[in-house]
Design a protein around this ligand. Structure first.
Ligand code: C5P
Length: 224
């Protein structure tokens, strides 16, 4: 069977990562969470007080950032490392979510991360999720999925995820953050969130995770 690239894009918190992770595991593919890369850069910018409108400072910061994914056998998934430190939990916290769309709109940041993402997927056999994977990072991906879900479902899902990591955030705050990120991600100049022409739309309102995974696996098998 030939190895393919599966690009999963969509709105914030509509279940992309859970689906992508599980599809990758079942196919024995690599899973790359491109959002985690933008979140890790944002965390670095916050910690080092990088001025996002100073191009030289941004470039220097990008040159000092090393992002890697390390497989954790205990949980069966990869975790995100920033300059050798495990930041998997910290990058999901609200203070990072509130800043990430601003940082990910910076041209130098996108150029650098897109280059790394293309390198990670060069040998195929990869499932990557994000906002511009099918439209920009891998325009020739064999399978493109665009996921969406209603706001209340997405907000509740995100609240549960945050709670599991020990952060209690009220629903209106989460909804506001999701709305704002959707807007900024869709309206930015470089690589905005769009529905790729050749993508299969997957609405997850009434689907369980298992159903989503089964559906994507079925589409993937047809392309192999
Ligand atoms: O997927 P997640 O919600 O963790 O992504 C966090 C943010 O990273 C998005 O809201 C978006 O601003 C940015 N992002 C991006 N392009 C991608 C993936 C994520 O701009 N391919």
């Amino acid at each position: 069977m030939k190895k393919i690239v599966i690009a999963i894009d969509g709105l914030s918190a509509c279940g992309k990562s859970s689906t992508a992770k599980e599809v990758a595991n079942r196919l024995g593919y690599k899973y790359i969470d491109s959002g985690a890369m933008y979140r890790a850069v944002t965390l670095y910018f916050l910690k080092h007080y990088i001025n996002p409108v100073n191009p030289k400072e941004v470039q220097r910061a990008m040159d000092s950032i090393d992002i890697s994914f390390v497989f954790n056998e205990k949980i069966g998934f990869s975790e995100t490392y920033l300059n050798g430190l495990n930041v998997e939990n910290e990058i999901r916290q609200m203070h990072v979510s509130q800043k990430v769309s601003e940082i990910s709109a910076i041209g130098e940041v996108r150029k650098d991360l897109v280059r790394q993402q293309r390198k990670l997927g060069k040998k195929k056999g990869v499932v990557m999720d994000g906002r511009d994977i099918g439209s920009n990072v891998f325009p020739d991906a064999e399978l493109k999925i665009f996921m969406n879900a209603d706001m209340d479902i997405r907000a509740e899902r995100r609240q549960k995820e945050l709670l599991e990591k020990g952060e209690l955030v009220d629903l209106p705050t989460i909804e506001e953050n999701l709305k704002q990120r959707d807007k900024m991600d869709s309206e930015r100049k470089e690589n905005p969130l769009i529905v790729p022409e050749d993508a299969v739309i997957l609405s997850t309102n009434f689907l369980t995770l298992e159903e989503q995974v089964e559906y994507v696996l079925q589409l993937a098998t047809e392309k192999m």
